[in-house]
Design a protein around this ligand. Sequence first.
Ligand code: COA
Length: 163
Amino acid sequence: MVERRRFEYRRTLVADVPSGGAFAAPSAFACSALAAVLLDAYRGTIDDEGETLEDAVEFVDDALDRALDGVSFVAESAGAPIAFCIVTLVHDVHYIDPIVVAPTWKQQRIGTALVGTSLAELARSGVGEVGAVITEGNVASESLFASLGFELVGPWPPAPAAV
Ligand SMILES: CC(C)(COP(=O)(O)OP(=O)(O)OC[C@H]1O[C@@H](n2cnc3c(N)ncnc32)[C@H](O)[C@@H]1OP(=O)(O)O)[C@@H](O)C(=O)NCCC(=O)NCCS
């Protein structure tokens, strides 16, 4: 098994983050349809561990349970999901987890628009900081989050605090 290192990134939010556009709520889509987007988005990337559609459904089902309403969004085309951004709360910190874009829609700024809209809504609701966890070498994700102002904090998971 390939050893992957993951790193945490954070971005401070100000009150007037510009929104990326109007998107749908995850609850408007079937879990299996979102899982198919997730599986396709990760296929062939550094994070691909040969997961099956069943694995993806399990992951998305859990993500949807943890998704925060009003800040998690889906982009669609002809009524079908093509990308989504879910925001969850972990130890009182809001994280973008996951952001995925289906292969044929990548590099068209849809990821930027979705995450941007989540950041705008988080800022509007008074959230001051947002995190993301990225596998080392996931260049697309590193670029996306860097262009949105996220900065490297350190390894993930964080080392336990010294006593
Ligand atoms: C990461 C991901 C969501 C990016 O979505 P996207 O819609 O293609 O990204 P965008 O078109 O908005 O591009 C955002 C920035 O990243 C850059 N970028 C996107 N894909 C890139 C790639 N493959 N290589 C280098 N840079 C890339 C763009 O040039 C752009 O940079 P800029 O703002 O400086 O011009 C998409 O590649 C994906 O779904 N990957 C698989 C799932 C994943 O890894 N999710 C992140 C987990 S933390």
